[in-house]
Design a protein around this ligand. Structure first.
Ligand code: TYM
Length: 339
């Protein structure tokens, strides 16, 4: 071992993933993906388009394939550099699904029944409450534990799943000996839960039926301006962050996240001005913030060969990193060595 290897502490590891179920929303971007890029210098980072998770709800195969490629290009356009991070597609690394099976035998039915996302999704897809929808959080735990990730950058809605992953890791370690790192969530202090522009008591979500509820990161400037102008607020005329002002609080959070201004600065900036001016300013700031992502996406999408090369390299790296951990897991649980 060289002197440098002996003295340089190993970088901590990050893992996170996103579903390829459509263009990323402003919520996905601010709550999670933009932090992925920001953290990749400091951590050994692994980022993944989770197509295995996507099929827990009905997908049209050709659309899923196209959406997965688009999501991969979007991930890079949001700042993930495949030279710095391992960036790949989940189904290209079979170790996730293999580990998921082993972990499912250390996960209790009762724990999975308590997952709020399962309850929400099974209410929304009552005709398709499949076993995958139920065991989805085990696969998510496998995604993270397969890399022994230290940190998982996510929005607030994924905290319960992360908590379960931690419990599974602890339980497995207690039963079979120290095997997994127990991961910590990385949830941004601001913007971890952006709300719908049409119903600010609900999370901003891709699957919202109201087209004005959600800003997509590839929306053009006119569309972004229109969505913010129509955002539901309240009947007062005061831009300030206060309980009960859900719509304004959400717009202030968004404005703060894209400009770096504090809530007090925003209140001062719009003192004496109406909501119309404020909404236009938020729209402008968001459109300016997303413009480089849109142009980088256009550039990358035109270079399929580059994308395919990055995907191939990423999945190879991911496979190698996880195979070692999976072999250890197999030995721990008592499987005979595969010669
Ligand atoms: P997904 O694809 O629903 O969302 C991707 C990321 O975006 C965050 N997010 C939001 N943040 C703020 N405000 C919002 N309105 C908002 N909507 C979504 C999510 O919290 C998430 O971080 N199960 C995961 C994907 C996954 C994963 C993993 C994540 C699979 N395996 C392992 C981390 C680690 C999901 O469905 O995210």
């Amino acid at each position: 071992m060289s002197q440098q290897e002996m003295t340089t502490p190993q970088k901590k590891r990050i893992f996170s993933g996103i579903q390829p179920t459509g263009v990323f929303t402003l919520g996905n971007y601010i709550g999670a993906v933009r932090n992925w890029g920001a953290l990749q210098d400091e951590y050994e980072s692994i980022y993944c388009i989770v197509d295995l998770h996507a099929i827990t709800v009905m997908q049209e195969p050709a659309a899923l394939r196209a959406n997965t490629m688009r999501a991969y290009a979007l991930m890079l356009a949001c700042g993930i550099d495949p030279k710095k991070s391992v960036a790949f597609i989940q189904s290209h690394n079979p170790n996730h699904a293999e580990l998921s099976w082993v972990l499912s035998c250390s996960t209790m039915f009762g724990e999975l029944s308590r997952m709020t996302q399962f309850k929400d999704k099974s209410a929304r897809h009552a005709d398709n409450i499949n076993a995958g929808l139920f065991t989805y959080p085990v696969l998510m735990a496998a995604d993270i534990l397969a890399y022994n990730a230290d940190l998982v950058p996510i929005g607030a809605d994924q905290k319960q799943h992360l908590e379960l992953a931690r419990n599974i890791a602890v339980r497995f370690n207690q039963r079979f000996g120290q095997t997994f790192t127990v991961p910590e969530p990385y949830v941004p202090a601001s913007g971890a839960r952006l709300m719908s522009l049409q119903d600010p008591t609900k999370k901003m979500s891709k699957s919202d039926e109201n087209a004005n509820a959600c800003v997509f990161i590839l929306d053009d400037k006119d569309t972004i301006m229109r969505k913010f102008k129509r955002a539901v607020t309240d009947s007062e005329a005061e831009v300030c962050y206060r309980e009960g002002k859900d719509g304004i609080n959400n717009l202030m959070t968004i404005y703060s996240c894209v400009t770096g201004k504090t809530m007090d600065e925003i209140t001062a900036e719009f003192a004496g001005k109406g909501y119309g001016d404020f909404k236009s300013a938020v729209g402008e700031a968001v459109a300016d913030h997303l413009a480089p992502v849109r142009s980088e996406f256009a550039r990358l999408s035109a270079d399929k060969a580059y994308l395919n090369e990055c995907i191939a390299i990423g999945s190879e790296q991911a496979y190698r990193m996880t195979r070692k951990i999976l072999s250890k897991v197999y030995r721990r649980v008592g499987f005979v060595d595969h010669k």
